[in-house]
Design a protein around this ligand. Structure first.
Ligand SMILES: [Zn+2]
Length: 99
């Protein structure tokens, strides 16, 4: 997925041009999710590329829960994370899509 194609980097919906998070296009829904909490995006296990293959799961954690679950991540600036499928399963996240 190109960052220039007008699609939300996080969920793939149409994004209003000029609206972004971490210099990636972000639709209003995802921006709301990241204002309310920490957006998690599931990716394939053991995919270490900077753009790992998405597997379609999306979850929003409260910042307090995210801080306890993902130690060492600065959620003051970072409002989203990739989470491997195996990790998501271990944490008990269901594969329901958020929103
Ligand atoms: Zn989005």
């Amino acid at each position: 997925m190109s960052e220039q194609d007008g699609k939300c980097y996080f969920c793939g919906a149409e994004a209003v041009s000029g609206e972004s998070v971490d210099r990636k296009p972000a639709c209003g829904v995802c921006r709301d999710r990241m204002r309310d909490g920490i957006l998690l995006l599931s990716v394939r296990d053991d995919d270490c590329r900077s753009e790992p293959c998405r597997t379609g799961g999306m979850w929003v954690l409260s910042e307090a829960v995210a801080r306890r679950t993902f130690c060492g991540v600065d959620f003051g600036t970072r409002r989203w994370l990739f989470v491997e499928d195996g990790t998501a399963a271990a944490l008990g996240f269901s594969r329901e899509k958020a929103g």
